[in-house]
Design a protein around this ligand. Sequence first.
Ligand SMILES: C[S@@+](CC[C@H](N)C(=O)[O-])C[C@H]1O[C@@H](n2cnc3c(N)ncnc32)[C@H](O)[C@@H]1O
Length: 222
Amino acid sequence: MSYSSIPTRGRTLDYAAGVYDILEPWVMFGFQEKINRQVIDHLEIEPDHRILDVGCGTGVVTRMISEKLSPEKGGVAIGIDAAGKMIQGAVEKRQGPACTFRTAAAEALPFENDSFDSVVSTLFFHHIQMDLKIRAFAEAFRVLKPGGRLVISDMHVPETFLGALIAHASRWLLFQPQIGENIRGVLPDLIQEAGFTYPRLVKTYLGYITLFVSKKPVGLTS
Ligand SMILES: C[S@@+](CC[C@H](N)C(=O)[O-])C[C@H]1O[C@@H](n2cnc3c(N)ncnc32)[C@H](O)[C@@H]1O
């Protein structure tokens, strides 16, 4: 089955879907699995949780999350991506009883208010422009239950010479000004401005990828 891509001004990766799983571990210098495991630890998953993975790509993180869920208890991990070919790869390789995928844009999520226990996103926000970042965080806030967690790992202000080199080279070689926004450090304030608690900056990997943990305050419904 083929999936149509969703129109968005974000940088989608239909063209890279076939090689993404091979290239990504190299691009991440083998750190991808370690980062993903720590992201998942910070979700504090319970077997009955509903968890949304925004900009899921080929669904590696979505699938890892689903292995901690119980479909019998209603637990499910749902990955969304605007690129049809990414979702096709995710469905073919990783769909399972507690793991589903669909095409959707992060800035217009097709889900009810207050319907997820956690929202997670890895290496996605540097693919979308400032206005879409604002809309995507607003959408994450809307679909998250009060008290629910937002866990993000993404490009942020570089902390080492190597991190700065990789981050600035990516911004210019990929012609991706959205990366420039991330490395100027816009994410924490955008997260807070969407209504979340100011994010805790847990750890930085490779000198330029930061793990943020935040919450939708209890008592705030959408
Ligand atoms: C670098 S990949 C990250 C994939 C995965 N989360 C991971 O950690 O490997 C970024 C993904 O964002 C998707 N994307 C770009 N703009 C989007 C949008 N507006 N809404 C949803 N997905 C989008 C791309 O198609 C791509 O699959």
